[in-house]
Design a protein around this ligand. Sequence first.
Ligand SMILES: Nc1ncnc2c1ncn2[C@@H]1O[C@H](COP(=O)(O)OP(=O)(O)OP(=O)(O)O)[C@@H](O)[C@H]1O
Ligand code: SF4
Ligand SMILES: [Mg+2]
Length: 355
Amino acid sequence: MSAPAAEPVPTTGPDAEEAFLAVRDLKISFDTDDGLVKSVDGLSFELRRGRTLGIVGESGSGKSVTSLGIMGLHRSARAKVSGEIWLDGEELIGADPDHVRRLRGRKMAMIFQDPLSAMHPYYTVGAQIVEAYRVHHKVSKKDAHNRAVEMLDRVGIPEPAKRFADYPHQFSGGMRQRAMIAMSLVNNPELLIADEPTTALDVTVQAQILDLIRDLQKEFGSAVIMITHDLGVVAELADDLLVMYAGRCIERGSAEKVFTEPQHPYTWGLLGSMPRMDRERTDRLIPVKGSPPSLINVPSGCAFHPRCPYAELTGGSSQSVVPELREVGSGHFAACHLGEADRERIWTEEIAPKL
Ligand SMILES: Nc1ncnc2c1ncn2[C@@H]1O[C@H](COP(=O)(O)OP(=O)(O)OP(=O)(O)O)[C@@H](O)[C@H]1O
Ligand code: SF4
Ligand SMILES: [Mg+2]
């Protein structure tokens, strides 16, 4: 069974029907004492095997909530999840939670933003990696032990055979992060969601981890979702890029297109805050002003309108109508009411010269 063709979901390539992961109209909200938090509000995207999708957006835009949703980890009574998540032809939102639990590890794995949440304080680091491996592989304890030591070594833990027996609290923050990455990668997952995998790591280790992820992808054709604030990492690794704002996708397309010809005012601001390695920026773009919106009282119309320098150019639509994603170039989509002529003018006169 393959994912059915539904609403106009942007495709990432010629055979998007064969997407390994297809997310359709995903909505995730939390019932809190202050009101309903709409963390993800109608997100759709697809990802094929062997490809890397970068997801970027400010803090609180819904990146981690999306990831945990795909992994089936929003199980509290306060969390409401709707839409469809197709993984290798199986729909996961309606599936039996025990079945989804069995998919975690081998079929899909996640590098968590918070390494402590992924490791149990009462078991040694090594024992946890062994356990994660043996759930999916019928191997002897010795083989599993060797595999765990190998993985600790590959993520750059010094003296891995010795550190195997340490408890998580005996590891520094950066080492815990690496141990957790070892645990996520131990089963060569077919889908890897890496949520800020390299924060808290120094540059050398960062490069090592990114290489490991690349190896996994090359060797096993894994699909990867890379979430990061570091646009440099995205530029290096991602084939496709999805920009999130207030729980929605506001722009997506090939990483190359989104980087070189971004079409959404929010993306213009995001790229404006990105340091450039290749050249000195003399006349910088203006980074996004103001702070991310409340997800309980999301601004009407385009959620970005209170911060958007161009909101007044749309005859009131920005304030009253939620912009749908529409195709602005081949396989390139943006959700913005700006007319073609205005966008073209702003792009040529204000943005492109400074990008
Ligand atoms: N369990 C929860 N209950 C209530 N609100 C939540 C819960 N989990 C997340 N949220 C809210 O959902 C929104 C999106 O959070 P999320 O963690 O996905 O952001 P993010 O894009 O990953 O940000 P960051 O870049 O800081 O990691 C935030 O406003 C957050 O406070
Ligand atoms: S829809 Fe309006 S407010 Fe939103 S990004 Fe486009 S111009 Fe700005
Ligand atoms: Mg996050």
